[in-house]
Design a protein around this ligand. Sequence first.
Ligand SMILES: *[C@@H]1O[C@H](CO)[C@@H](O)[C@H](O)[C@H]1NC(C)=O
Ligand SMILES: *[C@@H]1O[C@H](CO)[C@@H](O)[C@H](O)[C@H]1NC(C)=O
Ligand SMILES: *[C@@H]1O[C@H](CO)[C@@H](O)[C@H](O)[C@H]1NC(C)=O
Ligand SMILES: *[C@@H]1O[C@H](CO)[C@@H](O)[C@H](O)[C@H]1NC(C)=O
Length: 885
Amino acid sequence: METSKNNKFHLKFILLYIFLLFSPLVVNSYIPDYNIAINCGNSENTIAHNRTWVGDDNDNSNIFSFIEPKSTNPSLTLQPNSLVNAQTPFSSARISLSNFTYSFSSITTSPVFIRLHFYATSYNHSFDPSNAIFSVIVNNNLTLLENFNPSLWHHEDDDEKITKEYCIQIQPNEKLNITFIPNKGNTSNLYYAFVNGIEVVSMPSFLYYTNLDDSNYRFKFLDFDQEYQILKDIALETVYRVNVGGTQVAANDDDTGMFRNWDSDLSRYLEKRYPQSEFSVFGNPLNYLHNTIPNYTAPENVYRTARSYGMDATEDYNVTWNFEVDSGFTYMVRLHFCEIDYKIKNKEDRIFQIFIDDIMAEKAADAIGWSGAPLIPVHKDYAVIMNSQQIERVNLSVKLQRVPLTINTKYRDVLLNGIEIFKVSDTSYNLAGLNPKYLTPKEQESPNQPPKSKKSHIVMIVVVGVSCLLLALAVVGTIVFVRRRRTFETPLEMEESSWKIRKESSSTLPSHLCRYFTIAEIRAATNNFEDIFIIGVGGFGNVYKGYIDGAIPVAIKRLKSGSQQGENEFLNEIELLSQLRHNHLVSLIGYCNDGVEMILVYDFMQRGTLREYLYGSDNEPLTWKQRLEIVLGAARGLHYLHTGAKHNIIHRDVKSTNILLDEKWVAKVSDFGLSKVGPTGMSMTHVSTVVKGSLGYLDPEYYLRQRLTLKSDVYSFGVVLLEVLCARPPLMRSLDKKNVSLVVRFQRCYKEGVIIEEMVDPFIKDSITDECLKSYCQMVLSCLHDDGNQRMSMSDVVGALEFALQLEMSEEDSKFGGTQEKGKSAKMIQYPKFASDDGSDMRFTSSSGDYGSHTSKVSIISATSEDQPLFSTDVFSEVGNQRAR
Ligand SMILES: *[C@@H]1O[C@H](CO)[C@@H](O)[C@H](O)[C@H]1NC(C)=O
Ligand SMILES: *[C@@H]1O[C@H](CO)[C@@H](O)[C@H](O)[C@H]1NC(C)=O
Ligand SMILES: *[C@@H]1O[C@H](CO)[C@@H](O)[C@H](O)[C@H]1NC(C)=O
Ligand SMILES: *[C@@H]1O[C@H](CO)[C@@H](O)[C@H](O)[C@H]1NC(C)=O
């Protein structure tokens, strides 16, 4: 494994998956029959992460033996110079200038993982990490590592701890000898070998090795029409193992019993230049009933998160992951799939294409086609040879693209849940390659790049006159840039090496995420900020509608000058905003900052705000189903803010004017203006802050006690849910006192048992069933609970709204029986069938209103590191709101 489970976010990432009802905390679905962990260079046995790490410096000869030639320099047991962050097994090392061997007897007959842990730091001042160069050989014939220098392997974002993982199968009755051999040096340069931890853990026989008796499961060599098998005499190195769309699943907690580490795909592997990719979490239990794959194949957390375009992205592009590998080897690429989108229920609903190393691997990938139904995990394996003229580090990419229009599929979208990449030992039984260089893949044209060739002819005509000005602007801009950025590169260089930059510094501008507009471009788009282009006026500036690149409508938010916000904060916030990508969030397209102007450019939302379709306008009222779809979309967007991004983000100003609608009626949450990066870690469960937000939507806990939590957004969203149901503003001063507040009136009605129907918008009254209304109202009550802890989470809200929508659809079905609609909803009703193992068909069967206990709860609390930017000042208020009033 190239990366380590102990990167610096280790302690700060707390991943809680609680499957309350359906999945009674199954921790390990596989229990290894051979499981040894050695704490090298230590005389103590220590218990860490629920397993015992045995010291190699005392008598554990019943478990393994440590062997070194007597004639040579004896090995040493040393501690790293800094013990900060050095947990087991990194708190000590076995170090030697000579060969040494760990020998294991009575190995199981099943294949085993060998994991080697290295902390590439200085030991005892005389052992510098740059002199640690060595080989590792198994049983005198399999080479795992050669000229290996661990200090060259760590990424910027982990702290020099490297774990390498291998899969091998030992002959029965054979010993397993792992030998460390330092490179030959000379008198002035002595090389040494070291290791901090060794694991030998058995795995199921056919997890990665091919079962020749199972004719159903075969896989192909890409580019050759030939079957490929992983047989006993092959050794594998796990080079990458990635939880796509999710957070890291660390070896010690959430794997299925084999202590595998699953990295997050986001920071290192996902090409983010156009990242509409989506994070999705779905509350239902996964299903292994169809016997597709065993449940230990990958942890549930891997299958519960995925990436896709987002359902209504319109542009064709490849969702791409890049992995640096050694040329000259064959790789087994395993892709994990599990359909988790509730809308996709049938074969051929979501068909897409897969390319591995730019070779077409699937021209009609179909997760449900393979697995039989939603929520059933499945994986597909491929073998690919990485050829090249010389031995070098090359890029192995995995790309997903929508199918051409000629192929019939309901959703032209892609899906991937997990990636594993294994290097296959070559004919000389070797796995060793080069030390990494973290190469930069060839840059393709970025869709977000300023169009260089598309300049309009008008510009061409005046180009002579303006070019001097532009040149001057560019120079000024460059200087401003240099001053501001520590790791400055010219925009062009940044473009070319954005892949590398991402690893180097978190403070670099996300040029691959977010476009930089010149002030000239902005002036051209808004006719020099002409008033007729204004579509909204907010406390912090005007919002203009403009067209970029001649045709693409955008919302341009011009922050008032003289604001308190410094340029650094502005850029920090842009960086954060531009990383938030979700189908139900208004996307930041770019920004402009010429020293005086601070301008943000957003996707333009054709239909304006949700409120305009509820009351106070001439718009045709929305149907109940449309309303449910809109609030469900908005709930998903908020859920993403709360859990899906790197930091959990509190929106702080959820209201019906901050939910915008695009031309397809897709709801997008806007205005993260008051957003603030959420609490960090367990010690801080809320953010103390000056009360901001909008009257009528404020969480009572927030304005009474200045306690801002994720649940403050849930409260405000509850108010929106009521507005949607009743089609009236949260506060109406014109009404008599006890009815001024919508929330108070609703809660009173409920308490006094007054018929709630009286409050419901007359336009939709007839189309809501009692059952749907009841479940909706219970959800709203829970959202509006005075005590934040008692409120449901945003993920529960999503689940409850999905349920309400189902009820509504099945209602429509019975109304329009026999029509086309029927076929559609019939499937809908069937849908809960796979929702639970016990045959009960609904997620919310209780009438207690306690949704929490009837849904699988998924909560992810991710925390931020200190060096991450915080949302700071008010200037971002209403930033994303193009129709701010
Ligand atoms: C160390 O191991 C290598 C490879 O097996 C071998 O060539 C060398 O002679 C060994 N050195 C000693 C001192 O045993
Ligand atoms: C492992 O090492 C032991 C002790 O040196 C030796 O007896 C045994 O033959 C070795 N086994 C293999 C498979 O190399
Ligand atoms: C020792 O090896 C290093 C690195 O290979 C080399 O730069 C140096 O000149 C060598 N010194 C001697 C005395 O051979
Ligand atoms: C996606 O990648 C494949 C393989 O490299 C390529 O053939 C295709 O043109 C790419 N599609 C787009 C839209 O870039």
